[in-house]
Structures are given as C-alpha cells and as structure tokens.
Design a protein around this ligand. Sequence first.
Ligand SMILES: [Zn+2]
Length: 397
Amino acid sequence: MGVSAYQVLARRWRPQRFEDLVGQDVVVRTLRNALSSGQIAHAYLFSGLRGVGKTTVARLLAKALNCEKGPTPDPCGECGACQDIAAGSSLDVLEMDAASNRGIDDVRELREVARVLPVRDHFRVFILDEAHQLSKDAFAALLKILEEPPAHVVFILASTEKDKFPATILSRCLQIDFRPIPADLVAARLTQVAGNEGFELTPGAAQLIARATEGSLRDALSLLDRVRAFAEGAVDENAVAEVVGLPPFEVVLALWRALEGGDVAAALGLVRAEERSGRDPAALFEQLVQLLHALLLLATDPTAQAPFPDAHRPAMAESAGRLGPALLVRLLALALEGKGLVAAAEKPGVAVAVAIGRLALWPRLQRVEALLAGEPAPGAGGAPAPPSRSAPPASAA
Ligand SMILES: [Zn+2]
C-alpha cells in the first residue's frame, strides 16, 4: 500500500447504515417506518445541535431512497447509487451549504435543476446544510418549489436553528428533531472506534471527552483525534485534560478532599495554585461540578460511568456512599449556583474562590442543621446526642 492521507476519525467511522447510528433511536425508527411503508415526504427538516448526526442521516436517507433496491430502510451499500452517495460523487444527490450559497441565484438554479429528471436514480435529493441561513428571497423561492414539488424531488434541510425558519416552510417539511447524544453513548462509541483503530483509550478518558463535547459525537471524535496525536500511545485522563486545558484529575481530587473535610484554606490554596499555573480556575470549578455529578450518579448506581481513572473509583464510590444522594444533590445545587456566579464574573478567579469557599462550609452547615433537627451531629465524635423527644421527623429534601 502506498502512503495515504490521514482521514479523520469522524469521517472514517461515519455510519453507513441506519443501525450503526449512535443515540438517535427515535429518528431512525421514524425514518425506517416511513421508508418501509413507502411514505416519502418531499421535504425533511433535520434540526438539532452540531455533530449529532444530521448530515450523516441525510446521506443515509438519500441512499435509502436511491438504492437500486429502494426506497428501502436497508440500502444495500453495494449498488452504484449507494457507493456514489457514500463517496459523495452521486449526480442525483446534491449537497449544498446554505451558509455559502445564500443568494437568490442559487435557489433559482436549484429550481432549474429540480425540474430536470434524475440522471440515474429514483430521486433527485438536495441536502441543504445550515438551511436557516438562506436569505428571505431564497426562502420565498424554496417555498415556491415546495408548494408544487416535482414527484422526483426530495429536499433535506439540516439546521442547528429551527426557530429561524418561516412557518410556511416548516409546515411543508416533515420535521425531525435530533437530540444531543448522551455522554455514555458517546463514550461507548469512542471506545469502539479506539478498539477498531487499535489504540488504548481508558474508560475515564472516554468519559472526559464525551463530557467535554456535550453530546456532539463529531466533536468528540475530533477531540479524540487531537488527544491521540498528542499522547502517542494510550489515551488516558491526563492526556485529555492537557489537550483540553483542564486541570489534572489529581488537582480536582485534592480540591474535593479539601471540601469534603471542610478545609476552606486548603481549597482556596488549590484555586490560587491553579491560577499561578496559568490554567483557567473556571475550568477547575467546572471539573468539580462534573465530579459532584459523577459522585451523585455513583451514589444511586454503583456501576455508573465516571470521568475519572479506574484506580480512584473505589475511593470515589466510598465518598458517594458515605455522603448519600440527598446531600450530594444539595452540594451539586450549591455548585451550580456557583457556576452562575463564575460565568457572570469579570474575574473568574475571584468568583471561583467565593463559590468554592461557600461549598467548603457545608460540613459546618450540616452540623448546625443536624443540631436544630435534634439529630446526632455527623462527625461530632462521642458526644451524646440530645434526645429528640418532640422533634418532627427530619425532611429528606
Ligand atoms: Zn444500494
């Protein structure tokens, strides 16, 4: 084999069949059912965040429509139509980026082209990416086509901003909403891709990447590309943290230990050290929020996936079990309030210090509350608890 250009993971592992799609079960089922029963719309609107599979599904739908055996929910992947669409060279499937083809002229051209019969396949399929960026005139021209669409034409509009479409266009489209992909599914897909590519990706690193990219599988795969290039070997939590600019897990863990012990001075010292190292203290706070979330999940489900190294899992599970879900929910709520503070602050360092200082006070608050409720104070040593004669039962919330 000769030298070949490196193809990014997101492209190399782009699903070629509906069943390979990750995290879009409702979308897949809707389209497969429609294809099985021969209900083909002239216009589809795929909306959702970037990188959740809109363009991938648009191409799959084009294949399903134009496969020699189509329309079918299971395109063969082998006929000329399937192969040309996969290679992006089909004459009957035209992909346009509305962001760079905004003018009326392109839509007029579209209308001319739409009148022409398919060159070879069953349908002429137009995939319009970022379709919300069309101009007002372009929308008007598109509407004219959609009012009386030629039988052989299918439009697939893909967009991250559905609310920017005129109602007249929306009402003529079969609207399909794509959801953000859950972190566990993204992590599982990353692990699968790493396995196929033959490199090691630790479970904690897969979780970190999935959480950093917030439901976008494409972003997750391109981050995996970057970390892999950086790590030159196994991809672990610290490699991900370094590439993303996150604090190493040890720092997040030390911060949590300080908070757990109610040690305000130690917690604030870690924030200052983070600032001195040139990293963004807001990123440290965000990682703390993620850690609290993971602890809460662990408290309710000991098998939950978590964004930290496996070696730390037993200690984290112990923390989670000891604190319990009710308390962790309150800590997480407090941390989320702090997040708002950090986001709004001019100097994130100061806001992070305040937010973390407040979090560090929780053991003291908890002791006061316990005393007020007439319960034995947690961690109060051997002192006998006051009798709880007439105290009402403590509320769990
Ligand atoms: Zn085919």
